[in-house]
Design a protein around this ligand. Structure first.
Ligand SMILES: Nc1ncnc2c1ncn2[C@@H]1O[C@H](COP(=O)(O)OP(=O)(O)OP(=O)(O)O)[C@@H](O)[C@H]1O
Ligand SMILES: [Mg+2]
Length: 467
C-alpha cells in the first residue's frame, strides 16, 4: 500500500501565528506532502485546539500579537511534554533561539522562510513525529530571562550556534569549543553554563596556556602543604572548587601530556589527588573545553592523548570566523560602540561602516572590539570617520575602492590566457557569498539573480554555499 494514500499516515500540523497568512503559505508549500495544516491566530486558541484535537507538529510564532509565544510554549510543554514544536520568529536573538532549544523545541526557524530549508526541517520533524514518538524533552527547564549571554549576531551561522548552545545546555555532556582566536569561545562557554541546570552551581575557568606547566597541576587539583618548594599551605584546586558545577578548560591543546593523564582520570571517574597528597578525592563536574588549535593534528603528533580527545569531544561546537558572517560585523560594531562611548551619542559614518564591512578581521570579534574602542577614543566629532580606524583597515578599504585594482585582481585570478569573464564572475560570487555568510539565497539577493541561477554558478566555480 502506498503510505501516502493511507489515511492514518496523514500527519496534522497546527500553525500558531497571529498572521493567518502564515498558515496559508504552509498549506501551499506543503501541498505535495501527506499533511493537513490548520491555523489559529492566538496562543490560547492554539492550546485549546491542541488539547481537543492533538497534532503531530506545532509551528509556533514567538510573538503572537500581544501574547508571549515562549509562555505559550512553556504551557504546551507542561500540558503535552512530548509534543513536537518548531519555533518561528522574525526577530532572531540569541536568547530566544537558546531558550527555544532548551525548552525542547525540535528546531528554530527565522522568518522570512527559506523554502527548501523549511521543507527539509518540516520533513525531518514529521518523520520524527511518526517514527519516534518517545522523543521526550526535559521538562521544567528554569526560566532564563536574565541569562542573556551577551552574544550578538543573527547570521545563519550564529543562529546555528545558539541552537546548539540551547541543546547542550540541557545535558551534562562534555563540550569542545573550537574556533579561531577571538571568535567568542569563552563567551559561548559562559552561555552554556548560564543556561544549564548547573547555573546556580560554581563556574570555574582556567586558561591552560597562561599558567606555567609546573604550576598547572596544582591549579587544577590543589596541593598539600610542603608538596613542593614554596607550597606553604594546603591549596584547593579548581576541580575541587567546581564540584557540582562546571569547569571551563580554556586552551586545552596547550596542556602538557603528563597532566593529560590526570585530567582523563578525573573526567572518567571523578577521582583525583592533590599534588603531594595520597588521599583520593572525588568531584563531579561538567567540562567545557576550548582550543584554537587542531586537536586531531595534535593527536597524530602524539602531543595530545587520543582517549582524552574523545572524552572532551562529545559535543563539538565550531565557532565561525567573523569573515564568514559579514552581516554580523555592523551589529557587533554598534554593540561595542554603545558600550564604549558612554552616552556621547557617537555614530559610524557611512564610509566607516563600509570600511568595517570590507575588512577580513583576522582577529575576529576581539579585533573588532578593539578597533571600535580605539575609534571611540580617537573620534573628535560625534561621528566616527574612517580616519579613526587603524591604517591596515583603511589601506584595505582604499585598495578595494579603485576599479584598477579590481581589474588587476581579476587578471591575476584568471591567470595568463585565462577566461577573464569566468574569473570575474567567480570573484563576484565569492564576494556575495562572503557578505551573505555563505547563504546562497541571500547572496542571490545581493547580486539580483535567482537562487537557482546563483546555485549553478556556485557549483560551477566549486565554491561552498548553503541553501
Ligand atoms: N557574538 C559575540 N557577541 C558579543 N561579543 C562577542 C561575541 N563574540 C565574541 N565577543 C567578544 O569578543 C571578545 C573575544 O571573545 P572570546 O574571548 O570569547 O574569544 P575566544 O574565542 O575565547 O578567543 P581566544 O581563542 O583568543 O581566547 C570578548 O570580549 C567577547 O566578549
Ligand atoms: Mg578564549
Amino acid at each position: 500500500m502506498n503510505p501516502k494514500k493511507s489515511l492514518s499516515s496523514v500527519q496534522r500540523i497546527l500553525v500558531v501565528d497571529d498572521e493567518a497568512d502564515v498558515a496559508y503559505s504552509f498549506q501551499r508549500v506543503l501541498a505535495e506532502e501527506p499533511v493537513e495544516v490548520a491555523g489559529v491566530t492566538s496562543g490560547i486558541e492554539g492550546l485549546k485546539r491542541l488539547k481537543k484535537e492533538g497534532y503531530d507538529l506545532v509551528l509556533l510564532d514567538v510573538r503572537i500579537g500581544a501574547e508571549n509565544g515562549m509562555e505559550i510554549f512553556r504551557q504546551i510543554r507542561k500540558e503535552h511534554p512530548r509534543q513536537l514544536v518548531i519555533v518561528m520568529t522574525a526577530h532572531g536573538t540569541a536568547q530566544t533561539a537558546i531558550e527555544a532549544m532548551k525548552l525542547g523545541a525540535f528546531d528554530y526557524i527565522l522568518k522570512p522562510f527559506d523554502v527548501p530549508e523549511l521543507l527539509s526541517i518540516l520533513r525531518r520533524a514529521l518523520q520524527t513525529a511518526a517514527s519516534m514518538r518517545d522523543l521526550v524533552p526535559r521538562e521544567g527547564a528554569s526560566s532564563a530571562e536574565e541569562k542573556s549571554p551577551g552574544l550578538i549576531g543573527a547570521s545563519p551561522a550564529m543562529q546555528k550556534i545558539y541552537k546548539l548552545v540551547g541543546q547542550v545546555a540541557r545535558s551534562d555532556a562534555a563540550v569542545l569549543l573550537i574556533g579561531e582566536s577571538g571568535t567568542g569561545k569563552e563567551l559561548v562557554a559562559r552561555a552554556i553554563y548560564a543556561n544549564s541546570s548547573r547555573a546556580a552551581r560554581p563556574y570555574v575557568a582556567i586558561n591552560c596556556a597562561a599558567i606555567p606547566d609546573a604550576l598547572l597541576e596544582s591549579e587544577l587539583f590543589g596541593h598539600e602543604r610542603g608538596a613542593f618548594t614554596g607550597a606553604m599551605g594546603q591549596r584547593i584546586g579548581k576541580f575541587e572548587r567546581a564540584d557540582g558545577g562546571t569547569i571551563f578548560l580554556d586552551e586545552i591543546g596547550d596542556m602538557p601530556l603528563a597532566l593529560q593523564a590526570k585530567l582523563l582520570r578525573v573526567l572518567q571517574n571523578g577521582e583525583f589527588q592533590r599534588v603531594g597528597g595520597d588521599q583520593t578525592l572525588h568531584t563531579q563536574v561538567r567540562v567545557i573545553a576550548a582550543t584554537n588549535r587542531d586537536l586531531a593534528i595534535l593527536v597524530k603528533e602524539k602531543s595530545f592523548r587520543e582517549d582524552l580527545f574523545y572524552r572532551i569531544n562529545v559535543v563539538q561546537i565550531q565557532l565561525p570566523p567573523l569573515r564568514e558572517r559579514n552581516e554580523d560585523i555592523l551589529p557587533l560594531a554598534e554593540h561595542f560602540l554603545r558600550r564604549a562611548e558612554k552616552d556621547r551619542g557617537l555614530k559610524f559614518s557611512t564610509a566607516t561602516k563600509k570600511a568595517l564591512q570590507g575588512w577580513s578581521w583576522p582577529g575576529n570579534v576581539r579585533e573588532l572590539e578593539n578597533v571600535v574602542s580605539r575609534a571611540v577614543v580617537c573620534a573628535a566629532a560625534e561621528s566616527i570617520e574612517p580616519g579613526d580606524l587603524p591604517p591596515e583597515i583603511l589601506g584595505h578599504a582604499a585598495a578595494e575602492g579603485t576599479p584598477g585594482d579590481w581589474w588587476k585582481k581579476v587578471q591575476e585570478a584568471a591567470g595568463k590566457d585565462g577566461d577573464l569573464l569566468a574569473a570575474g564572475e567567480k570573484l563576484l560570487v565569492e564576494r556575495a557569498l562572503n557578505e551573505a555568510g555563505g547563504n546562497v539565497k541571500r547572496a542571490s539577493e545581493i547580486l539580483g539573480v535567482t537562487r537557482a541561477a546563483l546555485r549553478t554558478r556556485v557549483d560551477r566555480h566549486g565554491l561552498a554555499g548553503q541553501d
